[in-house]
Design a protein around this ligand. Structure first.
Ligand SMILES: NC(=O)c1ccc[n+]([C@@H]2O[C@H](COP(=O)([O-])OP(=O)(O)OC[C@H]3O[C@@H](n4cnc5c(N)ncnc54)[C@H](O)[C@@H]3O)[C@@H](O)[C@H]2O)c1
Length: 377
């Protein structure tokens, strides 16, 4: 059956396990689309499909072409409905070259200023947090994704003075507009969640310019959301709070670097880096948004077929939400939870299944919910 709505998706698997998890996520998304075509009475989401185009950009492309992506690449990507990204980084290219040449090139130029990183505790997956057994834990890290510590401002100089004398300056950029848009985004997100609370994270005792501007904007924006609880926490204290009092968290908003670190901590607390999903959003939709697992290319396990595809699959669910397919997104999340609850897990979360077995199990769980109709789509 021909899909009523066909979404054009650019797939950029890039390096290492990125290739494996994007292949897995594509299979799951195509299975969902296939089911939607067999369910013509299912409402607005009844029939959708994906037209994929895969790009070979990454560290192998760099080896052949001396650059991480095609010079016209951004113009080509602009025409897609979304980008599905794996991970970048391999030993043949310095990490700062590969990251700036591909992933940051896209997030910065497409003004994907909001990076949403849910911390999701899945059934059947052991958390190192004892509290996770006793209470439901669930929070979202909202990362400012366009400036802050990753603005790329600075330089290296004075190497001419001889060995040992070089200096480097790396400047963080905090603009009032940049702070305001991400903080408002966090408050709007909090209003959609069961617990309406935003925790703002800075280091304003030591960083008296950027962090204090952020804190001032946070206070000003909070006044527009009297129905949302707030707290301002220093980043060192927040890292302790993630471990000791995670039940207090709902939406955590922070600058580029702080949220990057905190979200890795969050995914480790949920059981593994391989579980964590993320969305790089251009909320105004002037550019395509990009969906990717939080993890990197994992060279230590790449190419062995054992990486965890869950982070990439849950990133696909975030993409479905962005494409206006929330029922399909919820079905996909429910299928992943059914699979982990059934004990079908990769090694990083204590299981013995490989990437393909977990992916097949998610597709099978989707098929079962289609047959039983227990989760509508
Ligand atoms: N968004 C990105 O593209 C991104 C993010 C982080 C790191 N990187 C790059 O990735 C490379 C490796 O970096 P790293 O080792 O610091 O971080 P990493 O996330 O690749 O790996 C950290 C640890 O987590 C494990 N892990 C990661 N993904 C997993 C998965 N899907 N299933 C099971 N285990 C998984 C790895 O085996 C490793 O032990 C570097 O080149 C780095 O620059 C890229």
């Amino acid at each position: 059956m021909r899909a009523q709505k066909c979404f054009r998706i650019a797939a950029i698997p890039a390096d290492g396990v990125g290739k494996e998890v994007i292949a897995a996520g594509r299979r799951v998304l195509d299975a969902l689309a296939d089911q939607s075509g067999r369910n013509p009475a299912g409402g607005a989401e009844s029939s959708f499909g994906f037209e994929w185009r895969e790009f070979p950009w990454g560290s192998e492309y760099y080896a052949a072409h001396g650059r991480m992506m095609d010079p016209e690449g951004l113009d080509v990507l602009r025409g897609f409905d979304a980008i599905y990204f794996g991970a970048v980084g391999w030993e043949n290219v310095p990490d700062h070259v590969s990251l700036w040449g591909l992933r940051l090139n896209i997030t910065q130029n497409f003004d994907q200023w909001a990076n949403v990183r849910p911390v999701t505790f899945l059934p059947g997956i052991e958390s190192p947090l004892r509290k996770a057994d006793r209470m439901p834990l669930d929070w979202v890290v909202v990362r400012e994704n366009s400036e802050g510590e990753y603005a790329g401002l600075g330089g290296r100089n004075l190497s001419g003075r001889g060995p040992g004398n070089e200096v480097a300056v790396q400047t963080a950029l905090f603009t009032e507009k940049g702070c305001e848009r991400i903080i408002r985004f966090a408050f709007d997100l909090a209003r959609t969640r069961p617990v309406r609370k935003v925790s703002s994270v800075t280091k304003s005792n030591a960083q008296q310019y950027g962090s204090v501007l952020w804190d001032d904007v946070f206070k000003r924006v909070a006044a527009d959301y009297p129905d949302v609880g707030t707290e301002s926490v220093l980043v060192d204290a927040m890292s302790a709070k993630f471990v000791l009092h995670p039940e207090d968290l709902s939406v955590v908003v922070a600058s580029n670097l702080f949220a990057d670190i905190l979200s890795d901590l969050g995914s480790a607390l949920a059981g593994s880096l391989g579980l964590a999903a993320s969305a790089n959003l251009n909320p105004e939709r002037r550019f395509p948004s990009m969906f990717e697992p939080v993890h990197g290319s994992a060279p230590d396990i790449a190419g062995r077929g054992i990486c965890n595809p869950v982070g990439a699959i849950l990133s696909a669910a975030l993409m479905l939400d962005h494409l206006g397919l929330p029922a399909a997104a919820r079905r996909l999340e429910a299928a992943v939870a059914a699979v982990t609850a059934a004990g079908i897990r990769t090694r990083d979360v204590g299981g013995s299944s490989d990437t393909e077995e977990v992916t097949n199990a998610v597709i099978e769980a989707l098929r079962l919910t289609e047959l039983s109709g227990s989760v509508s789509g």
